[in-house]
Design a protein. Sequence first.
Lengths: 532, 239
Amino acid sequence: MIRAEQLSKSYGRRLVLKNLDLQAYPGTCTVLLGANGAGKTTLLRTLSGLSKPDTGSITVNGLDQAVQPDLVRQQLGFFSHETLLYSDLTVLQNLLFYSRLYQVPDPDTRIETLLEQAGMTKRRDEPVRSLSHGFQQRLALLRTILHDPAVLLLDEPTRGLDRSALAFLEQTLLDSANSGKTILLTTHQPGGLQLPTHKILQLQDGTLHPESLPSSRSVNGEEKNIAYRSRPSSGSGLAGTEGKDTPSDYKDRASGIVVSGLEKEEILSGQPAGGSTGTTGSKASAGTDTEEPAAEQNTAAASASDHPPSNIWNTIAAIFRKDLAVELRRRQLLASLLIFSVLILFIFHFSLELLVKLRQELFSGILWTAVLFSGAIGFEYTMSVEDRAGGMDGLRLAPVRRPWIYLGKLLGNLFFLLLMELVLIPVSVVLSGVDIVHPGFLLLLLLGTIGYAAAGTLFSVMSARTRTRELMLPLLLFPIVLPLVIPGVQAGSILLAGGTLGAVQNWINLLIGYDILLLATILLLFDFVVEE
Amino acid sequence: MQTRQKLTSKTHKTPSALCILTVLTAAAMIVLAARVFWFTPREAVMGDVQKVFYFHLSSAWVGALAFLSAAISGIGYLRSRRMRWDDIGSGSVEVGTLFSFITVLSGMSWARPIWNTWWTWDPRLTTTAIMLLAYVVYLLLRRSVEDPESRARFSAVYAILAFLSVPVTFLSIRMLRTIHPVLFGAGSTSSGMGLSQPMLLTLLMSLAVFSLLFAVLLWHQVRLQRMTRLLEEHRSLED
């Protein structure tokens, strides 16, 4: 189950959620209604952990989100406005990436099963960008349920869906409810959605109000809630969704939501029907909540053991492989970096018509200039890939520590920068007429590149959230990395002029020290940059 | 309505302690200037131009102090999420940037007659310029983030990272070959750049008065930041 208590969230002085209480139980589907801007998305993003509440607590199966965020994220599946899919990767690559992040056991079988259910087996090797909107939404739903989460949070999942995609969504929700998942979904156009079990809540003025159901009534002054228990699944589960309404079908007049193929059962407020279903919602019903925390903890523990938390190396490797796969499909980043950096060399060596001696003296400085400016473009590019996939939301939802995400992104950026340098150095040697590059020079370049990639990765995330991202990335980046560049250039020049490694030991120490300091500080701060 | 009340009552009226401190600081600055120009001996080699040193060093000290204050405020904000810390942080950077700029200008005015150039790519000069640029970027960063909470968060992170440039600036003349005078620590002359007792006293007085000036300016700046923030919030509520 998921429970929110006294939840408040504001943007500036605008209070979006006001001391909101909410409980949703296993095997039930709770629908949140509300006008545009009522705060539905904010509520779901806060429940999912993407957005931090100002006050209040969120527990999922007894686990406190503030205390054990990784374990809580493992229990959640969030379907957001964005598909959180990488458009250049294939259907299979996307699902494999997320299965690695979530440590899904036997991912191949799981993915095959899901693709079959979604009717997408034949499209598994197609890039996501070639799929229709409906299929992208289906895939996004598969991503949401891939790790078999206990709680599903769906933000307007019906938006833009055609009839067959809608049927797939309804079927998935029905199956999820039948298997004891907690479902919480938002919509502002509720008409036509066929739900397995539900309670309807209206989000208004930052708080939840129970939506009046025609069959709700007050008995002896005691409020009753209505819950609907699904019939046992009939295999396809789609029965009743396409045909005429069955006698037990019910349409809520206020919301227009249709509940079909269900048995209706009255239960007292907050008491799950038949021991497995039922919902409570809003502050009004919070007082009658009688679930047992110990049982929640057991469920959470069992679930956690099913999916062991991701470890640092798996996370870094998964993100790195994903970045590599994106580049292998697009083949743009490396080529752009090389062309841009070689153009910088051309500007210095040919346009300025430098004398041979001067070229050799400037070798180190020109090379660093090329690395600096090309690198900034590279960081911007890799971040834009994340932006198109929902601005890192997919990564932030994963049950992994945020610094690990940073390290994964850093490894990708570092890899591409080093690849570029591998080509750039021989080109630069030829153009400048330098006889041979001292091994110590390569060490300096490596140390400088590590620090540069470390800062670049962080600032690309930060600048992406500013109004002037194109300007801000180099502005933020260069003053912080100049203490790396200056030793790199100075010591490099000394080495190329015949100096020994001992002669530049101070510079090397400075580079190592600054690298360590920078990386350690960024690892501590990254969480604050990616949070909402 | 509450915001308007805050704007008109709590923040508008200058606290009497701040008024007194401002007057005292102004008087102390006048006394300091008098001491530097009329009651401190003339340096034998450099002559009157050496007197720039008292303001140069004190400005550099205030700059470093302000940036340290910004970094501490950044940590404070990230831990507590109170906008008060952001007010102190941004106020510190504004004051620190001003004093670092004075440091560079006063250094240049000293370098011209002594080194025969306004600027040279000495490690101290270069690292100071980089530090100054980093904090100018901090101010630009604040302008490019609309949401106050994100602005405060990013500013806090950047203030902490930019502070790395402060020790680099301080240590640059101790680790690298430089023509910049080394006053403290290894490499300094035993009498502190050849300062006589009255000169040293003037320097200490200058450091104290500039520290007071920093405190007063920061206080004013924090109040201004708070009023600006409340005004922004008031406008957004009206919208």
